[in-house]
Design a protein around this ligand. Structure first.
Ligand SMILES: CC(C)(COP(=O)(O)OP(=O)(O)OC[C@H]1O[C@@H](n2cnc3c(N)ncnc32)[C@H](O)[C@@H]1OP(=O)(O)O)[C@@H](O)C(=O)NCCC(=O)NCCS
Length: 232
């Protein structure tokens, strides 16, 4: 759950439209049809360092709407400077879902426990963690979180062929989040919780929150989710 967001300088709260960039993901966007027959086009973008403003906007929106479910602190994140956002992109793989040019969902892939399994206090084998997963409230229950998890799984499978599972941390009181991950095939890794205290000074001033670890075997299927088709 750790986000490593140090306190920084002021950044505006306004959400700006996604900018097109020649340095966007090399893969074509993901398009798919909703089950109700509506044609809704979403594209999943893997952020490059010049996409830092897009990451800033979606993270601020996420913490503004879902601070109880997410690690991080809105005031702290709102003050991060450009170089700190670029650093966030260097440290993790970020997936952002765009609809009509606007960011509507985000997830991060933290690979530190792949190279250093001791990083994870629950599962001592190489695995990546999904962090900061969030979907804009009016777009929920359209399987966008499933899509983000599928994108993260495919990234891990491609780059780390020996990795057999993917993990995440969920706050104990986040029933909807846990139910969503269960519907994808995640299971709780251990009965115990650990205290999440936060990375920034402001977050550490909050009462500590309890979190537990869930994992998904990579060879399993995600409950009914279609594989990502990177064809345009
Ligand atoms: C959790 C979150 C990311 C899910 O995003 P989403 O795009 O709505 O999720 P999806 O549409 O892909 O999947 C929802 C699934 O969970 C199931 N689900 C959701 N709430 C449920 C509940 N209370 N009981 C049982 N199943 C539930 C749905 O039935 C659906 O499964 P299905 O498609 O197999 O029927 C979103 O609710 C969110 O952003 N929450 C706030 C931030 C957060 O909690 N992040 C997780 C941090 S660990």
């Amino acid at each position: 759950m750790c986000m490593d967001e140090s306190d920084g300088g002021a950044v505006g709260l306004g959400v700006v439209p996604a900018r097109s960039s020649a340095r966007q993901q090399a893969r074509p966007p993901l398009n798919f049809r909703q089950s109700d027959g509506d044609l809704t086009t979403w594209s999943v973008r893997i952020l490059k360092k010049d996409d830092w403003a897009l990451l800033r906007d979606v993270r601020i929106r996420a913490l503004d709407t879902s601070s109880d479910s997410l690690a991080g602190d809105l005031a702290t994140v709102s003050r991060l400077k450009e170089d700190q956002w670029r650093d966030q992109i260097r440290r993790r793989e970020w997936f952002v879902v765009l609809s009509a040019g606007q960011p509507i969902a985000v997830a991060a892939l933290n690979k530190s426990a792949l190279t250093d399994p001791g990083e994870c206090s629950v599962i001592n084998e190489p695995h990546a963690h999904i962090e900061s997963i969030w979907v804009e409230p009016k777009f929920r229950n359209k399987r966008i979180a499933h899509t983000l998890v599928t994108a993260a799984k495919e990234e891990v499978r491609r780059d780390f062929k020996k990795c057999s599972l993917i993990g995440l941390w969920v706050f104990e009181n986040n029933k909807r989040g846990a139910d969503t991950f269960r519907s994808m095939g995640f299971e709780r890794s251990a009965p115990h919780c650990q205290e999440y205290r936060g990375e920034s000074r402001r977050e550490r001033r909050r009462p500590p929150r309890l979190e537990y670890h869930m994992h998904l075997p990579l060879e399993g299927t995600i409950g009914g989710a279609s594989r990502i088709n990177w064809d345009s």
